[in-house]
Design a protein around this ligand. Structure first.
Ligand SMILES: *Cc1c(COP(=O)(O)O)cnc(C)c1O
Length: 372
C-alpha cells in the first residue's frame, strides 16, 4: 500500500519571494487595512478579471452573503437550496429571514426552477441559489420567476470563480453574486470574499455595502446602519494580487486533473460524474462523484472508508444536507428528496492543481476495486 497521504484539497500559493515582494510596500506605507493600496488594486483587477462593474472586497465569503442580504433590507422568506455549505443558510437566518428549501436538479445539483413557484408565498422576498461545485444555475428561468414575482436574486457564487456563462463573467448575473476567497477555493486571499454587482446596483446597494462592512459608518459623524467589521486587510489583498497572476494556470492544471479522473471513471456503471454544461467555461473547482450502490456494487460510505484505509481523504461534501442538520431540525429533509439522496451518495474526490497523474490513477484504482 502506498502510504503518502492525499487530502481533498491543497491551497494554491505564490512563491515566498513573490509574496514578500508584494507586501514590501505595506511597510513603506504602514497602511494595514481600511481600503489601502493593495485593496484598491485587487478590487480593480478583479473587476477586470471577473468582467463585472462593481466588486466590494470583504473578510470572507460568508460576510458577502450576510451583508448582501442586509444591504437589500429584506424581510420575510428566502427560497434557497439545502444542497450547499451551511454558510448560505446561516447568512439568511442571521439576518432574521426564514429559509425555504427548494429541491435540486439530479444532474447538476443546482436549484430546480420548476419547484420554485410552488414555494412562493406573500412573504417571499428573495431567491438565493448556489452555483454548486461550479455548476451554473438555471439563470434565465430563475431570473424570469424573480421578475414575475418581484424577488431579489442573490447568487452564492463561492464555487464559481472565473467561470463564464454565455461569454460573460458569472459575477454579472442576478442582483448580486457572492464569492469566497477562502484558502480552499480556486482563487484565494487566505480568507476573503467579495460581492459583485452591476453599475446600477452599485449606486445604492454597493455604497451601502461599503459602509456596512465598516460598522455602518458613513462618515466621521454619521453611522447609518448597524454593521459588523468585514473589511479585507492589506496582507490578504496582497495574497490575492499574487494568486490572481497565476489563476489561469491554476485552472488549466485543474483541467488536466479533471480530464484524468474522467478518463479513469467514465463509463463505469453506477458512477455519475459531474455534468458538463452547455455555454459554460468551467473552473474545475471540485470533482464530485455520485455512487449508485445497486449498479456500482458499493455505496458512498463504503468507497469513502476504502479510500481512507488507503490514506486518501475524500469528502462527503455536502453531507448532511442543510435541512438535515441539528441546528435546522424544524425542517424535514425528506421534503427535498433529490437533495437528500444526493447528500447520501456524493463524494468529492481530491482536486487541486498540483495533484499528480499517478496519484489520480491510484485514487481511481481504489474506487474501481470497490465495485462489483
Ligand atoms: C466557502 C463557501 C462559503 C463561505 O465562504 P467563506 O469564505 O469560507 O466564508 C459559502 N458558500 C459556499 C457554497 C462555500 O463553498
Amino acid at each position: 500500500m502506498d502510504d503518502k497521504k492525499i487530502f481533498v484539497t491543497r491551497p494554491s500559493m505564490p512563491s515566498f519571494e513573490e509574496y514578500t515582494e508584494e507586501i514590501k510596500s505595506i511597510w513603506e506605507s504602514q497602511w494595514l487595512t481600511n481600503n489601502g493600496a493593495e485593496h484598491e488594486k485587487l478590487k480593480k483587477e478583479l473587476q477586470d478579471y471577473l468582467g463585472v462593474e462593481h466588486v466590494e472586497l470583504l473578510t470572507n465569503g460568508h460576510m458577502a452573503l450576510e451583508l448582501s442580504l442586509q444591504a437589500l433590507g429584506l424581510k420575510g422568506e428566502v427560497i434557497t437550496t439545502p444542497f450547499t455549505f451551511v454558510s448560505t443558510t446561516n447568512a439568511i437566518v442571521r439576518n432574521g429571514l426564514k429559509p425555504v428549501f427548494c429541491d435540486i436538479r439530479p444532474d447538476d445539483y443546482t436549484m430546480d426552477p420548476d419547484k420554485i413557484e410552488s414555494l412562493i408565498t406573500e412573504n417571499t422576498c428573495a431567491i438565493m441559489p448556489v452555483h454548486v461545485y461550479g455548476n451554473v444555475c438555471q439563470i434565465e428561468k430563475i431570473g424570469e420567476i424573480a421578475r414575475k414575482h418581484h424577488l431579489a436574486v442573490i447568487y452564492d457564487a463561492a464555487h464559481t470563480f472565473g467561470i463564464r456563462y454565455k461569454g460573460r463573467g458569472i459575477a454579472g448575473y442576478g442582483d448580486a453574486s457572492c464569492f469566497s476567497f477562502h484558502a480552499t477555493k480556486v482563487f484565494n486571499t487566505i480568507e476573503g470574499g467579495a460581492v459583485c454587482c452591476n453599475a446600477e446596483m452599485a449606486e445604492t446597494f454597493g455604497k451601502k455595502l461599503a459602509c456596512l462592512k465598516d460598522f455602518g459608518i458613513v462618515d466621521e459623524e454619521t453611522v447609518s446602519w448597524i454593521g459588523p467589521n468585514a473589511k479585507m486587510n492589506e496582507f490578504c489583498a496582497a495574497m490575492g494580487l499574487c494568486n490572481l497572476r497565476h489563476v489561469n494556470d491554476e485552472i488549466a492544471r485543474r483541467k488536466l486533473v479533471n480530464d484524468r479522473y474522467r478518463k479513469n471513471l467514465e463509463g463505469i456503471e453506477g458512477i455519475q460524474l459531474n455534468a458538463v454544461q452547455k455555454d459554460v467555461t468551467p473552473n474545475y473547482a471540485y470533482f464530485p462523484v455520485v455512487f449508485d450502490k445497486e449498479k456500482f456494487g458499493a455505496d458512498r460510505d463504503e468507497v469513502f472508508a476504502k479510500l481512507k484505509e488507503n490514506n486518501i481523504f475524500a469528502r462527503k461534501y455536502f453531507y448532511p444536507a442543510v435541512n438535515a442538520m441539528d441546528c435546522y431540525k424544524e425542517y424535514d429533509p425528506m421534503e427535498t428528496p433529490v437533495a437528500y439522496c444526493m447528500s447520501h451518495s456524493v463524494l468529492t474526490l481530491p482536486m487541486y492543481a498540483s495533484l499528480g497523474m499517478d496519484e489520480i490513477d491510484r485514487i481511481c484504482e481504489v474506487i474501481r476495486a470497490c465495485g462489483k
